[in-house]
Ligand binder design. Structure first.
Ligand SMILES: Cc1cc2nc3c(=O)[nH]c(=O)nc-3n(C[C@H](O)[C@H](O)[C@H](O)COP(=O)(O)O)c2cc1C
Length: 361
């Protein structure tokens, strides 16, 4: 199953392996650069079916760190286009995750010894925005509450960013509605204490993510897929966003033209108890896949070829999404193919190292 092509709308993936979106925190003013090109290009060369570009900020204030990738202005398009074109030239589908960090914006990057909010002298900014004035943690910024007008502008930023992504040649757009960032903040009663039409009931909390999906789907071509990444649970029952709500949400998203739910979890609060281990999020994908009857991706400590294959054979997901193991091994699909005794074409310049040197491409 892992190497069986998969058709979504009018595009065909060469296999069911996706490079998970992974921030590199290595850019200036949001511009894609040589690191980005080589990093993602290598994983396309390595045989992935989809290479999903990391959380890409739809507004400058929606970056997680000052070094995030961005798509908030037209000037960002040419460098991104170079990346998308190369990925596709290697037989992988280029995707891009559009994101707004909400109350988790303006922090130091992960390997900085300083933690939490960074301010102007370190490239940070104020205000950061969110549904309610509740900081993510004590060392994060207290966010400014978005007005109704401000919320409308967020949708507009996603639309403009999607238009740029299309222009840059991406074939799949993924809306980031997970990990405690802005759209997830609206979903979760933990971060959303609003009393207007964007807070309170389930219908009100899903309103903004749904408006974003509707607006982006209108411009994203019929023949191209649209994904949504969610945190399927906050791991904070009973007060948080949970799997029951995710299933209901997924049914609605399917009707709105979302093709696949990329099922992650957590990151709404710093200290949720999460039973982390190999494939620990597979059950979330399985429930959503089966109960909402929609394609899903599963992610989280999937490192072994047979593990990935078993998930697909058991119908627990439609695609396998891999993050850190792809950092350890850009050629993971080639190695997985060897283990599963599957034929996979290696790039021709590498054919002399391949098990089937005569069959490259
Ligand atoms: C360096 C790094 C950067 C990440 N950046 C993003 C991101 O931009 N968007 C996102 O949705 N998840 C991001 N994640 C989460 C991963 O996509 C993935 O869900 C998580 O690492 C679990 O998968 P794994 O066990 O295969 O690493 C990141 C993870 C890592 C390690």
């Amino acid at each position: 199953m892992l190497f069986k092509p998969l058709k979504i709308r009018e595009i065909t993936l060469r296999n069911r392996i996706m490079v998970s979106p992974m921030c590199q925190y290595s850019y200036e003013d949001g511009f894609s650069n040589d690191w980005h090109f080589v990093h993602l290009g290598s994983r396309a060369v390595g045989g992935a079916g989809i290479v999903m570009v990391e959380a890409t900020a739809v507004e400058a204030r929606g970056r997680i760190t000052p070094q995030d990738l961005g798509i908030w202005k037209d000037e960002h398009i040419p460098n991104l286009e170079r990346v998308a074109k190369f990925i596709e030239s290697q037989g992988a589908m280029p995707g891009i995750q559009l994101a707004h960090a909400g109350r988790k914006a303006s922090i130091f990057r992960s390997w900085d010894a300083r933690k939490g909010a960074c301010d102007g002298k370190d490239g940070g900014w104020r205000p950061v925005v969110a549904p309610s004035p509740i900081p993510f943690a004590d060392n994060y910024v207290v966010p400014e509450v978005l007005s109704i007008d401000g919320i409308t502008k967020i949708t507009d930023s996603f639309v403009k960013a999607a238009r740029r992504a299309l222009k840059a040649g991406f074939r799949i757009v993924e809306i980031h509605c997970a990990h405690g960032y802005l759209l997830h903040e609206f979903l979760s009663p933990v971060a959303n204490k609003r009393t207007d039409m964007y807070g309170g009931s389930f219908e009100n909390r899903i309103r903004l993510p749904l408006e974003v999906v509707r607006a982006v789907r209108q411009l994203w071509p019929e023949h191209l897929p649209m994904f949504m990444r969610i945190s399927a649970t906050d791991w904070l029952e009973p007060q948080g966003w949970d799997l029951e709500q995710s299933v209901m949400f997924a049914r609605i998203l399917k009707k709105e033209g979302i093709d696949l739910i990329d099922c992650s979890s957590g990151a709404m609060v710093p200290n949720a108890k999460i039973p982390v281990g190999p494939g620990y999020q597979v059950f979330l994908s399985e429930r959503i896949h089966k109960e909402a009857d929609i394609m899903t991706g599963t992610v989280g400590i999937i490192t072994q070829a047979l593990q990935a294959e078993t998930i697909l054979v058991n119908n627990q997901a439609s695609i396998i999404v891999i993050a850190r193991e792809f950092l350890r091994d850009p050629y993971w699909p080639m190695h997985a193919a060897l283990k599963l005794r599957e034929g996979i074409k290696w790039p021709c310049p590498y054919h002399l190292a391949s098990p089937t040197p005569e069959d490259c491409g």
